[in-house]
Design a protein around this ligand. Structure first.
Ligand code: NAD
Length: 349
């Protein structure tokens, strides 16, 4: 038998279609009189629409969220929060906006109501990654975990199919690595298993009809499962590689996860066959996962994401500088070979 501990579920979750209408009552329920709405420049209109719904609860809209949570943007958001008198942030958007809300909460103690519009999965976690001076630093702290998450399926209907596919693979990566994490528990194992088949069946339907509300609901529920898994279990080699390629080489977040996942899964399968049985059952193993991604039009080559072949040695070196848990032991040569296969876009297995 395997011993385990379940940390409990700290975040209140509201799920449905049209649930955006419930955000004002969720802010009030937390006891706040004023909330600052956060968004990216591209989702400013969604932020302003939400502020209008919040009425007197809205303290303004700060629409400067950016990928990888730059510290300079977070400091401007903190100043905006303080100037507005808000004690709560309402983050509407993907991982970039949610990251900004976490950075503000970590600096001010503000509560967070989060409305995710991608499947990236930051909303249920206590993790914050921030960038400054060209480096990315990540930390875990219970104070970072959002108080309330409102999932509104309607907000995901507009997510473009290419981003939908990459974001889903980003989420699947959380589920896959949670399955073999030493600190996993039966709740996240069940959620990860559920998520694999939900995503497998929903994505082809979304590709065929992006506004299929039932398929979008399945994908968003799967994203919640994977986010919960990420928030409770330690990640391994796959996440480390994605972090290095995003943080040190500027590769796009979701796309990088999409390319790497079949390769990292193929590498770990021999050392974690029992734990990864749900991946085999859902996709037929790492090769099947690659075929599924390919059928959805996912990017398959790191070369296509702007990484030069000459950078592979340095990426492998950075990724092996620190020790971290992974089911299969590895050295720089293993990581270099994995990156080469992902750079070329070879089908694993
Ligand atoms: P993102 O938040 O940058 O969104 C990508 C783009 O899509 C943005 O321009 C955004 O405005 C737009 N967009 C979002 N939802 C949309 C919708 N429904 N319709 C149309 N456009 C939409 O990207 P992401 O992949 O969601 O998040 C990536 C970031 O999240 C990275 O910085 C990553 O490090 C972080 N992240 C953090 C955690 C954590 O636990 N801390 C977990 C996962 C991801």
């Amino acid at each position: 038998m395997r011993a385990w501990a379940f940390p409990g579920l700290a975040t209140r979750v509201v799920f449905g279609a049209g649930t955006l209408a419930r955000v004002p009552e969720e802010v009030a329920r937390l006891g706040h009189a004023r909330a600052l709405v956060l968004a990216t420049p591209g989702q400013r209109a969604a932020g302003e629409g939400l502020a209008a719904r919040l009425g007197p609860l809205a303290a303004g809209v700060f629409a400067e969220a950016a990928m990888h949570t730059p510290v300079a943007v977070s400091e401007r958001a903190v100043a905006a929060l303080r100037a507005s008198g808000a004690t709560c942030v309402v983050s509407v958007g993907g991982g970039s906006t949610i990251g900004l809300g976490k950075a503000v909460a970590a600096r001010t103690g503000a509560d967070q109501v989060v409305i995710p519009t991608t499947y990236a999965g930051s909303e249920m976690t206590d993790i914050l990654g921030e960038t400054a001076a060209g480096g990315k630093a990540t930390r875990r702290d219970e104070a970072i975990r959002p108080e309330v998450v409102v999932y509104d399926v309607d907000l995901t209907l507009s997510l473009p199919v290419p981003l939908t596919v990459c974001s889903a693979l980003n989420a699947v990566a959380h589920g896959v690595e949670a399955l073999f994490a030493p600190d996993r528990n039966p709740v996240v194992e069940a959620m990860a298993r559920d998520a694999l088949s939900l995503f497998r069946d929903a994505l082809p339907r979304i590709k065929a009809e992006p506004r299929d509300r039932e398929a979008r609901a399945d994908a968003l529920r799967a994203a919640w499962c994977c986010s919960t898994a990420l928030g409770q279990a330690s990640m391994a080699l796959h996440h480390k590689l994605a972090h290095v390629l995003g943080g040190s080489f500027g590769l796009p977040h979701a796309e990088t996860h999409a390319v790497l996942l079949p390769h990292a899964t193929a590498f770990n399968l021999p050392a974690a066959r029992a734990e990864l049985a749900p991946v085999a059952a859902a996709f037929g193993g790492a090769g099947g996962l690659w075929d599924w991604a390919a059928s959805l039009g996912a990017p398959l080559r790191l070369a296509d994401l702007g990484l030069a072949e000459a950078d592979l040695d340095r990426a492998a070196d950075i990724a092996t500088q620190d020790r971290y848990q992974n089911p299969r032991p590895f050295g720089a040569t293993d990581v270099r070979a994995l990156l080469q296969a992902a750079w070329e876009g070879r089908r694993p297995g």
